[in-house]
Structures are given as structure tokens and as C-alpha cells.
Write a protein that binds this ligand. Structure first.
Ligand SMILES: Cc1cc2nc3c(=O)[nH]c(=O)nc-3n(C[C@H](O)[C@H](O)[C@H](O)COP(=O)(O)OP(=O)(O)OC[C@H]3O[C@@H](n4cnc5c(N)ncnc54)[C@H](O)[C@@H]3O)c2cc1C
Length: 384
């Protein structure tokens, strides 16, 4: 489809596709099997500057926006979302600083993230606080020119591998969601350690670990924005990054469809390629249609982010919900098209189906996205 991309956008798309095809595709099964973090690919992405796509040039980035970032994430995701999430999660860790950081924080941290010299990560989830993020128990207590952090963040993508962490902790337990604040914590700070790497169903090359804070003292200037703004920082960050999760879904589904078409042209039953059976063609047609609809909504949400439109929370949630449900359905149907071979690790599609499931869970489950959209509709109707 022709979305009228600029030359720069076409270049970013082609560059990411080339890296996906040449650097990710040949090793994705091995990374998955070994549950190995994709450092070689991260290094390549850093060398070509892709970590800085959405970061302004004055802070060492390429100065493009959310839209261009989504194009890169989509292309990388065609080949492996275990790898692409390691790239995208650095953006999740970066956005709190980009959106709400002080000039000093931006000057210090954004160039390191833009160059890919350091990965970032974001930690809000705890063992008893996922969807209900306001239930977090981690605390940050002001002590002179420092804050002292205590608590455990669970299932943090890039945990242990990243150097820069945006972390949400309670500065006032009596104030509920208004008592949370956002902080930058650097790897290596005394009192900050990591749990074991989790063993997962999918995206097995990505690192998912606990962040453990035990009397971890950080400078007071590492507070992002003001005390009490932690949830605003987190929610505005998710508005920006959910189009990227949608882009993961679109890319993953497209990669699965590509594999299905190739296979269906080669595999023969009853004396003809299975693609000649109309039932198979209809499955492919439905997949292609769903993917294109998901892509259009994803691009709309990324553009909405770049336009700073008030509709962003709604559109961002819609794109994450729709594109990730499409990815789950398409990857499941692609395994069906492969028949028994689809169930075997010799082919890439069982991994795609395993990988797809996380997209419906992280950065807010798809039930939570429906809640966000529903609440937005109520607000809209009250205004009109
Ligand atoms: C691999 C992986 C990587 C992750 N990476 C990160 C990360 O980098 N940073 C980070 O902070 N977190 C991360 N997470 C955490 C992730 O965002 C949470 O798992 C997610 O938000 C869901 O929270 P939960 O698992 O506690 O589920 P729960 O909140 O316990 O929900 C359980 C079920 O109940 C449903 N439910 C809950 N409340 C409602 C409601 N009000 N209405 C309707 N349904 C509801 C949910 O949709 C879900 O189906 C990661 C998780 C995983 C598995």
C-alpha cells in the first residue's frame, strides 16, 4: 500500500527491513532456543543510529517522531519481536525523560540513549500491582539531597541489560495514585540489583528481570518532574509507546503472513499447491485485510502522537488493542496453514504464535485498553 512516505521514511523502513532480514532472521531461532539477549543486533541498530529516531537532534537523536519509530519497530518485528522489544523497551524507558525530564536530565541521558551506547528500561509493575498500577508498594523517601528507594519491580523488559531505568515509586503512601513519583536510577547504584532472567513462553531472547531496591540512595535531581506526578508520567509515556506495541503486532503478523504465502505455494495436497484451495486463499485474504486495517490504525495512532492531539489516549489504546489481537489471530491461523509442520520448531511460525501472546498482555492488557477507550468515550459524550 502507498501511504505516501517521505524519502526519509522510506529510508528508515528499508534500513530496518535490511537489518531484520540480514541480522535478525538468520539467528532468531538460535536466540530463542538459547534465551540469549540480542546484543549483536542492538550493536548494529546503535551503529546506524536507529535508537535515536524519535529523539531531537539537540540531544543527539535523528529528530524524527513516533511515526518513524513505529516504521522501524514494524520492520524489525517482521523478523522477531523478542529482538524488536529490546529496541522498543529502550524507548519506553526514555519517554519519561523526553516528556517530563529537566533540561539537565535530557542533556545527560538522552544522548546516551540516542546513540545506543546505553539501553533504557521502565519499571512500574510489581508482584501485586500490574493492571492496578496504583497498588505499587515501592517507596522513595526524601533524605536531604537524596531519595532512598526500597521495593521490587517485576518483569521489567531490558532488566539487567539496560543502564538507565525510569522507575515509579510512592513518595506519599496516603495519597493513592497522586502519591507516586518517577525517578531515574542508573545501573551500578549501590542498593540496586537484579533478579534472575525469567523463563518465558515467547520473546525468549528479550531480558525480563526484577529490579531490586534495598536502601538505594539516588540524587534528588533524579526525580522526574515533580513529586506526585509519577502516574501522569507513566500514563503519558504509555500513550506514546502503545503505537509501538501496535507496530510490533503489525510487523509480526506481516512476517507470519509472508511465511504462510510462501509455504502455501510450495506445499501440495490432492495434486495441487494448498494455495489453490479456496478455503486457504480465504484465510490468507482475511489475514491480509486484518493486517492492513491494523497497519492503518497504527500509523494513525503514531501520527496522532506526533500531532500532540488530545485524542491520543483513545487512538493509542485502539491501535494497541486491535493490532495485537490481529497478531494473535493471524499467527494462530498461520500455524494452521502450515499444518503439522507449523507445530514444529523447524519452521518459524510456532515461535511467532508463542511470541504474539505477550502483545495482548504488556503495556496494559487488552482488557485495560478497552477500559481506557470506554472511559474516553464517556468523557467525550459528557463534553458534547
Ligand atoms: C514479558 C513481560 C514483559 C513486561 N515488561 C514490563 C516492563 O518493561 N515494565 C513494566 O513496568 N511492566 C512490564 N510487564 C508487566 C505487564 O505490563 C503486566 O503484566 C500487565 O500490565 C498486566 O498486569 P498483571 O500481569 O499483574 O495482570 P493482572 O493485573 O493481575 O490482570 C490479570 C487479568 O485480569 C484482567 N483485569 C485486571 N483488572 C481488570 C479490569 N479493571 N478490567 C478488566 N480486566 C481486568 C487483566 O486484563 C488480566 O487478564 C511485563 C510483563 C511481561 C509478562
Amino acid at each position: 500500500m502507498d501511504y505516501g512516505f517521505t524519502e526519509d521514511q522510506k529510508h528508515i523502513q528499508e534500513l530496518a527491513r535490511k537489518i531484520g532480514r540480514e541480522k535478525i532472521m538468520p539467528i532468531r531461532a538460535q536466540l530463542d532456543e538459547a534465551e540469549e539477549f540480542p546484543w549483536a543486533v542492538v550493536k548494529t541498530l546503535a551503529e546506524v543510529g536507529l535508537f535515536g529516531i524519535y529523539i531531537p537532534e539537540e540531544y543527539g537523536g535523528l529528530g524524527f517522531g513516533n511515526f518513524e519509530n513505529c516504521l522501524a519497530v514494524e520492520e524489525l518485528s517482521r523478523y522477531c519481536i523478542g529482538v524488536s522489544v529490546s529496541f522498543a523497551a529502550s524507548g519506553l524507558g526514555c519517554y519519561p525523560i523526553l516528556l517530563y525530564g529537566s533540561e539537565e536530565q535530557k542533556k545527560k541521558y538522552l544522548p546516551q540513549i540516542a546513540s545506543g551506547a546505553k539501553l533504557a528500561a521502565f519499571g512500574i509493575t510489581e508482584s501485586s500491582a500490574g493492571s492496578d498500577a496504583s497498588a505499587i508498594r515501592a517507596t522513595a523517601v526524601r533524605d536531604g539531597n537524596s531519595y532512598v528507594l526500597n521495593g521490587i519491580k517485576q518483569w521489567i523488559t531490558n532488566g539487567g541489560e539496560a543502564e538507565i531505568y525510569s522507575v515509579i515509586a510512592k513518595t506519599d503512601k496516603t495519597k493513592g495514585p497522586r502519591g507516586a513519583s518517577a525517578f531515574i536510577v542508573e545501573k551500578g547504584t549501590p542498593g540496586f540489583t537484579f533478579g534472575k532472567k525469567e523463563k518465558k513462553l515467547g520473546i525468549r531472547s528479550s531480558a525480563t528481570r526484577e529490579l531490586v531496591f534495598e536502601d538505594c540512595r539516588i540524587p534528588a535531581e533524579n526525580l522526574i518532574a515533580k513529586e506526585g506526578m509519577g502516574f501522569i508520567v507513566a500514563m503519558k509515556t504509555f500513550d506514546q509507546t502503545r503505537p509501538g506495541i501496535a507496530a510490533q503486532g503489525v510487523g509480526l503478523a506481516q512476517g507470519a503472513l509472508d511465511a504462510a504465502i510462501e509455504y502455501a505455494r510450495e506445499r501440495e495436497t490432492f495434486g495441487k499447491p494448498i494455495i489453490a484451495h479456496q478455503a486457504v486463499q480465504h484465510m490468507l485474504a482475511d489475514m491480509a485485510t486484518q493486517i492492513e486495517a491494523a497497519r492503518a490504525l497504527t500509523y494513525l495512532s503514531a501520527k496522532t502522537a506526533d500531532l500532540r492531539s488530545k485524542d491520543l489516549p483513545k487512538v493509542s489504546a485502539m491501535s494497541k488493542l486491535f493490532a495485537t489481537d490481529v497478531a494473535m489471530k493471524v499467527t494462530t491461523d498461520v500455524v494452521q496453514i502450515f499444518g503439522g509442520y507449523g507445530y514444529m520448531r523447524d519452521y518459524p511460525v510456532e515461535k511467532m504464535m508463542r511470541d504474539a501472546k505477550i502483545l495482548q498482555i504488556y503495556e496494559g492488557t487488552n482488557q485495560i485498553q478497552r477500559n481506557v477507550i470506554g472511559q474516553y468515550l464517556i468523557k467525550e459524550s459528557a463534553r458534547s
